[in-house]
Design a binder for this molecule. Structure first.
Ligand SMILES: [Mn+2]
Length: 334
């Protein structure tokens, strides 16, 4: 059990509080930060959510009163420098805070990590609240509020629900547990319109994303007797589809849905000499060790990395690491 009361004490002693999550934020990071923001606001704290990436359109519903800001040195550098405390949600790795992480370091701000990813052990956080058994950081935001018997407002519940729903694949992935459903019940009781949130996030795809998906599905590759499916995305495909980098979210989960596929892998050339890699497993194989060997990390069945090199170089490396890991684990059903 995490000592949430101690975090409440830390917050009581702070006036100006920054909340943030990782680059290319997802529903869990944004929802957790939004839920805690509403609580801090109700306590009269001077708080801001500032992220290094733009808020994706489908999460605009969390952005009441434009409370979710994108980092801008002109408006935010001084504010962050004089913060008393930073609460970081779902980040996985300190480096995913980008310039915000550098500023917090530089000004020696007390930085609290609230996360369900394993501790990366880089020691850059002042304090860690980590629960790798939590399905979502949203579940931890819920625990944090419940530790003080705070009853969820609709706004807090919307953030928590968004985190839990998105990280459990709408209560379907194998991290889904009874508690996720109990949280959902409480969120519904607090007035959350769950089907509206689902539609806003998942039934809101851009035509560019679908055009890109079509290309991917036409070029899928299989290995290891069909247990491994992988695909690549390069600049040309993005241009042809008119897609943006956030359009690739969810593709690896989709490829994992294919019958017989146990592990799905995406290699996306995000810069001329760098690739983003996503791993998704149905549960037979643990894949975060593969991600770790490539300089990344994550959960047992959902992980990722950013690796230097051209698409082809990274692809060869990823395939050989993945095939070796699957062969090694084979026969050991988890
Ligand atoms: Mn998460």
């Amino acid at each position: 059990m995490l000592d949430w009361k101690s975090l409440h004490q830390t917050i009581d002693g702070a006036e100006r509080i920054l909340l943030s999550t990782h680059e290319n934020p997802d529903g869990d990071g944004l929802g957790s930060a939004a839920a805690v923001y509403h609580y801090l606001n109700s306590q009269g704290k001077n708080c801001k959510i500032i992220n290094i990436s733009e808020l994706p359109l489908e999460y605009e519903f969390l952005n009441q009163n434009k409370m979710i800001e994108t980092y801008n040195s002109l408006t935010h550098m001084d504010w962050i420098a004089s913060a008393d405390l930073a609460l970081i949600f779902d980040v996985g790795d300190y480096s995913r805070l980008g310039i915000i992480g550098e500023l917090l370091n530089k000004h020696k701000i007390h930085v609290v990590n609230i996360d369900h990813h394993p501790d990366t052990g880089d020691g850059q956080f002042s304090e860690n609240y980590i629960n790798v058994d939590a399905a979502a950081t949203g579940e931890m935001a819920y625990d944090f509020l419940k530790a003080m018997n705070i009853s969820l407002s609709k706004e807090m519940a919307e953030g928590i629900y968004t985190g839990v729903m998105t990280d459990t694949g709408s209560f379907c992935y194998n991290n889904t547990n009874e508690k996720c459903h109990q949280i959902a019940i409480e969120c519904m009781a607090a007035g959350v319109n769950t089907s509206l949130i689902y539609q806003t996030i998942y039934e809101n795809r851009s035509p560019g994303q679908i055009a890109l998906l079509a290309q991917i599905l036409n070029n899928l590759d299989y290995n290891q007797n069909g247990e491994l499916a992988w695909f690549t995305i390069d600049e040309n495909m993005m241009e042809k589809a008119g897609a943006t980098k956030k359009d690739i979210d969810g593709f690896t989960d989709f490829v994992r849905t294919i019958r017989g596929v146990e592990v799905a892998v995406m290699i996306y050339q995000n810069k001329p000499n760098s690739c983003r890699i996503n791993f998704r497993s149905k549960g037979k194989y643990i894949i975060n060790d593969i991600a770790k060997s490539l300089g990344g990390g994550g959960h047992k069945f959902a992980a990722g990395a950013i690796a230097p090199g051209t698409l082809n170089e990274v692809l060869q490396k990823v395939l050989s690491e993945t095939k070796a890991a699957l062969a090694h684990q084979n026969g050991h059903v988890i």
